[in-house]
Structures are given as structure tokens and as C-alpha cells.
Design a protein around this ligand. Structure first.
Ligand code: CA2
Length: 152
């Protein structure tokens, strides 16, 4: 059985579809999960989809992914702009990492334009709403296929 892609979501993303639809859209996190699972299945992959409001929990999950996962997709929410601990965990994971944001963080407040996560990410997808998670799964699938091809 192939290892799953860990899709990790940070603080307040549980509110998706419930609050601020003008910024983050109308889809819920369950809808986003469904999208990610569907695209992963099309590549013969699975996802381990999680959300936490707690930085330490997210660090623990990144460490778990290091052992049990094939790659990491992360939307760290507000921790994107503050968490060196999460950056350290992602760098230690030695897995392909794709960073996702629902909103275009470069069209918003200046403090959102800096991401600690980006230092560990192969690439960043932002501004495409829930679709961004599908693009991220495609990107990880490509990275895994390329890594597999290199090994054979
Ligand atoms: O655009 C994104 O995905 C963000 O990661 C979302 C974070 C924000 O702090 C980042 O700068 C960009 C906020 C997540 C909060 O999500 C909510 C969803 C619905 C209603 C309220 C908050």
C-alpha cells in the first residue's frame, strides 16, 4: 500500500464555508477534503486529511508524516506567517512539501506576504480557493512519480 499524502490545515480553517465566504469561498473543509481525495484517487494515491487549531499538534503530524507519509500539503493558516517550529518540522521531514493558500496572500495585508512555510516548500499555490488543493495533489503526484522514475 502506497503511503498517503498528508494534507494538513492550520488554525481557523475549520470555519471554512461558515465565515468570511467573500475571502475564503463557500466550500467547507469537508468539501475540500472530498476534492483532494478524488484527485488523489485519480493518481492511485490516498490522503490523510487533518485540521488543528494548535501549533504543537501540527508539528506532531508533520513528524508523523515523516515516518508514514509520501508528501505533505500544508495550509498552515495564520501560522504560515509566524511559525518557525512548523518550518523546522517541515524541513526535518525530508518529504516533498507543497504550500497552499485559499486566498492570494500577495493581494492582502503586507504581513501575509511572508511565509515561513515557503522555505520548506517545493512550490506554493495561492488564490485559487478550494481548487488549490486539487492542484497541490496533482503537483505532489508529479513529484512522487518523478522521484519514483529516478529510482528505477
Ligand atoms: O488563504 C489562506 O488559505 C490562508 O492560509 C488562510 C489563513 C490566513 O491567516 C492566511 O494568511 C491565508 C486564515 C485561515 C482562517 O480561515 C477562515 C476560514 C473561514 C472563516 C474565517 C477564517
Amino acid at each position: 500500500m502506497a503511503k498517503p499524502i498528508y494534507v494538513l490545515n492550520g488554525p481557523n480553517l475549520n470555519l471554512l464555508g461558515v465565515r468570511e465566504p467573500h475571502v475564503y469561498g463557500h466550500e467547507t473543509l469537508a468539501d475540500v477534503r472530498g476534492r483532494a481525495e478524488k484527485v488523489a484517487a485519480s493518481h492511485g494515491l490516498t490522503v490523510e486529511f487533518r485540521q488543528s487549531n494548535h501549533e504543537g499538534q501540527l508539528v506532531d503530524w508533520v513528524q508523523e508524516a515523516r515516518e508514514k507519509g509520501a508528501g505533505i500539503i500544508i495550509n498552515a493558516g495564520g501560522l504560515t506567517h509566524t511559525s518557525i517550529a512548523l518550518l523546522d518540522a517541515l524541513q526535518a521531514a525530508e518529504l516533498p512539501v507543497v504550500e497552499v493558500h485559499l486566498s492570494n496572500i500577495f493581494r492582502r495585508e503586507a504581513f501575509r506576504t511572508h511565509s515561513y512555510m515557503s522555505l520548506a516548500a517545493k512550490g506554493v499555490i495561492c488564490g485559487f480557493g478550494a481548487k488549490g488543493y486539487e492542484l497541490a495533489v496533482d503537483a505532489i503526484a508529479d513529484l512522487l512519480a518523478a522521484a519514483g522514475a529516478k529510482r528505477t
